[in-house]
Write a protein that binds this ligand. Structure first.
Ligand code: NDP
Ligand code: MG
Ligand code: MG
Length: 341
């Protein structure tokens, strides 16, 4: 059984005794900064001058400085700018200003695992990675529940990196839910695999393929949307509560039987073979190199794929349909200028 830590085994006073510099105020940054502040931690947010997030952070009652100044004050420096820019921000603004014994924190292992950032030996290198989007990390903290984290220590220079990591996790509410011990390598590889093969890549393309199959066969797009997309949330909620078994218990016998006989036709052995290929590309670093090379090239491939996918007919159908129903009013309004689109 994995090692799980809860509130009782984490000492909040450790992080309360430190100055924590949160670099970035996007999806994760705002949640970490506000949760820590509410936990009685001394927080400074580091942003670039002219940053769109600067005013937002100040309005939320946080102290904001430019990145070098915030880093220079930090006993703990949590890097929460996008993965693809972390190495530049680290090299130019973080590394030269770090206190000699400052602890470096990450919410995802990408830059350490693939060697884009190599911290000096004097620094603890720790990870507190919430297993949920930043906006949920904040929302669940306010509700008193907390979002589970996975935690890791890559470099324990002080000999105190573990208690510090757990203390940070308690500060953002993670130990209320429970935090699981991992390594930077395991977190990076499994996180990338999960989002590519199942959570993001797998699910979105499964929905699109189902929608295409029904509409190409002449069914109404609105009906297709309900059948292959809208209901997914209820299904996922049931899985989240009680596993796939609870979902099968709740749906009709017809649906359950169809699951057993048709599911394996759709997700056949070739899908698992492809998943192994995806995992191999993550493990040998070729996915990371492709992502970073494209980013360094102005993200041309990324942007082209994004606009192509936004044109998929299900997006138009869904957008129009959601306006007519009460359950999602306002939810299409995610383009609030924050980096988390
Ligand atoms: P975001 O894309 O939301 O971060 C945006 C923030 O970074 C903004 O405040 C932006 O400021 C700032 N920023 C961007 N570029 C720079 C720069 N060059 N210099 C200084 N500041 C910059 O990041 P996420 O929260 O999505 O991701 C942060 C980390 O958390 C990543 O390691 C990610 O893998 C991890 N993570 C993210 C999750 C999520 O829910 N999104 C879930 C779990 C982990 P500006 O206003 O100036 O643009
Ligand atoms: Mg991820
Ligand atoms: Mg149905």
């Amino acid at each position: 059984m994995a090692e799980i830590t809860y509130d009782d085994d984490a000492d909040l006073s450790i992080i309360q005794g430190k100055k924590v510099a949160i670099i970035g105020y996007g999806s994760q940054g705002h949640a970490h900064a506000l949760n820590l502040k509410d936990s009685g931690v001394d927080v400074v947010v580091g942003l670039r001058p002219g940053s769109g997030s600067w005013e937002k952070a100040e309005k939320a009652g946080l102290e904001v400085k430019d990145v070098p100044e915030a880093v220079a004050e930090g006993d703990v420096v949590m890097i929460l700018v996008p993965d693809q820019v972390q190495r530049f921000v680290y090299k130019d603004q973080i590394e030269p200003n770090l206190k000699p014994d400052a602890a470096l924190f990450f919410a995802h292992g990408f830059n350490i695992r693939y060697g884009y950032i190599t911290p000096g030996e004097g620094h603890d290198v720790c990870m507190v990675a919430p297993k949920g989007p930043g906006h949920k990390v904040r929302e669940s903290f306010v509700q008193g529940i907390g979002t589970p984290d996975v935690v890791a220590v890559e470099q324990d220079a002080s000999g105190q990196a573990w208690p510090l990591t757990l203390s940070y996790a308690k500060g953002i509410g993670g130990t209320r839910a429970g935090v699981i011990t991992t390594t930077f390598t395991e977190e990076t590889e499994t996180d990338l695999f999960g989002e590519q093969a199942v959570l993001c890549g797998g699910v979105s393309h499964l929905i699109q393929a189902g929608f295409e199959t029904l509409t190409e066969a002449g069914y109404q797009p609105e009906i297709a949307y309900f059948e292959v997309c809208h209901e997914l949330k209820q299904i996922v909620d049931l899985i989240n509560e009680g596993g796939i078994t609870k979902q099968r218990w709740s749906c009709s016998d017809t649906a359950e039987y169809g699951d057993y006989v048709s599911g394996p036709r759709v997700i056949g052995p070739q899908v698992k073979e492809e998943m192994k290929g995806v995992l191999a590309d993550i493990q040998d670093g070729s996915f990371a190199r492709r992502f970073i090379a494209d980013q360094d090239n102005g993200a041309l491939e990324f942007k082209a794929l994004r606009s192509e996918e936004e044109q998929h007919p299900i997006e138009k159908t869904g957008q129009a349909l959601r306006k007519h129903f009460g359950w999602t009013q306002g939810d299409d309004d995610y383009t609030d200028g924050s980096a988390a689109r």
